[in-house]
Design a protein around this ligand. Sequence first.
Ligand code: FEO
Length: 168
Amino acid sequence: MLNKRIETAINEQIKKEEFSSRLYLSMAIWCEVNGFPGAATFLYRQSDEERMHQLKLVHYVNDRSGQAALMALEQPQAEYKSLQDVFKQVMDHEQYITASINELYGITLEEKDYTTGNFLQWYINEQIEEESTMSTILDKISLVGADKAGMFHIDKELETMTANAPAL
Ligand code: FEO
């Protein structure tokens, strides 16, 4: 049985993962209509991954005799200045999610809920993978700068890239 503090904290994380999914969907839409089909494919895939992160938490809460709760979400940003702007914001967002997962993990330690702490290890690893992929992408983008051919290749590359640890 989950204690209330943990249940509430996981429900907050469910909201953040759901928002991440919508944010990346919004970015994918922008990329698709602004000539970055590869980045769009990458971000549609990331959006699905975030939905999976959300669902994993939903099932965990329910399986531990809690009740997952959904909350109102803010509207994600629809317009971006450039592909670099998109991925800078992905990076900022993932750093925010990493901090949030770490905070949640800290609560499980305070509450001596080692089962939930153990469950969260997967998310901790996932954040390492995601941040490292996003930083690689950002490095590539800043390297090519305004070069159109270089940007075309990065977009192509993004089509087949994934940012996630293997699912357990
Ligand atoms: Fe589910 Fe990318 O954090």
